[in-house]
Ligand binder design. Structure first.
Ligand code: ADP
Ligand code: MG
Length: 268
């Protein structure tokens, strides 16, 4: 813990005339879990594209600022060099290759890695330990997996490169709460194994439980940052991102539900 890790400084990004990020600065220290919260269109995916150097595939470009890993600039290198430097991304919407087998999807994740056969085999063992279902269904087409299993595959594929830092783009999106919890538990496990994590999420409740530090991104700018526990306690974050309107009212509603079991069918 506490190494220099990833440092984003005053990063600005545009898609043609559209300014998507303005002077965004954030740090992901070695070993930490850091989250970036923000609604739709805040610039979360753009931030990850800028770090991974894939902006140009989407018609975007960095217009200012720097990105460094352990003090070395990575904002001028091609995407494969970012992977080789130890950063892997789990993209928005999973983007697994649905017509390929689970095993081939995982194999594709090792393509950008610097390690040899031994490292690849170790990475595959790690992925299978984290997600036994991916071993069980290795020869099935990825398109046959459930949404949650496809998210596991997307995470597993990123881990195949043996990254020191994992970037996760809304891994809980579209998943049932129970499956989102399982993904959260594996993120914790991956972190405990020593991988640093940058998690972008709209699901603030989930992300703030995992992270030690959090940033709020609004229309391309960081408007709030601090220890995750502090943000979770802040009125503004609770109101805007955790959907807490009034604590007493929420507690009353909970008590009312508990004392009227006949109404359970309304729980949805
Ligand atoms: N390929 C693109 N071309 C033009 N504008 C884009 C492109 N991708 C994203 N944007 C714009 O950049 C802003 C940030 O988008 P995005 O990074 O996808 O936000 P988020 O991931 O937080 O939902 C939005 O205004 C969005 O419309
Ligand atoms: Mg996004």
């Amino acid at each position: 813990m506490g190494g220099p890790g990833l440092a984003v400084q005053e990063l600005s990004v545009g898609y043609g005339p559209v300014r998507a990020l303005r002077q965004v600065s954030l740090d992901v220290p070695e070993g930490a879990v850091v989250t970036v919260l923000g609604g739709n269109g805040a610039g979360k995916t753009t931030l990850l594209r800028a770090i991974c150097r894939t902006l140009s595939f989407h018609g975007g470009a960095v217009t200012g600022g720097t990105v460094s890993l352990d003090g070395r600039r990575i904002d001028g290198v091609p995407p494969d060099r970012v992977v080789a430097a130890g950063i892997s991304q789990v993209p928005e919407g999973r983007q697994v290759f649905t017509r390929m087998t689970v095993a081939d999807n995982l194999r594709s994740g090792a393509l950008g890695a610097t390690g040899g056969r031994v490292e690849r085999a170790a990475a595959l063992r790690r992925v299978h330990e984290l997600f036994p279902v991916l071993a069980d269904r290795a020869q099935q087409r990825a398109g046959l997996l459930s949404g949650g299993e496809q998210q596991m595959l997307a995470v597993g594929r990123a881990l195949m490169a043996g990254p020191r830092m994992l970037l996760l783009d809304e891994p809980s999106l579209g998943l049932a709460p129970l499956m989102a919890e399982r993904i959260a538990a594996t993120i914790r496990e991956i972190s405990a194994q020593g991988t640093s994590i940058l998690l972008v999420e709209q699901n603030a409740a989930l992300a703030l439980r995992l992270a030690s530090r959090a940033y709020v991104l609004e229309v391309g700018e960081v408007t709030l940052s601090g220890p995750a526990a502090e943000l979770a306690a802040s009125d503004e974050v609770r109101r805007r991102y955790l959907g807490v309107v009034d604590e007493d009212a929420a507690a009353d509603a909970e008590r009312a539900r508990a004392s009227h079991p006949a109404l359970t069918r309304w729980k949805g």
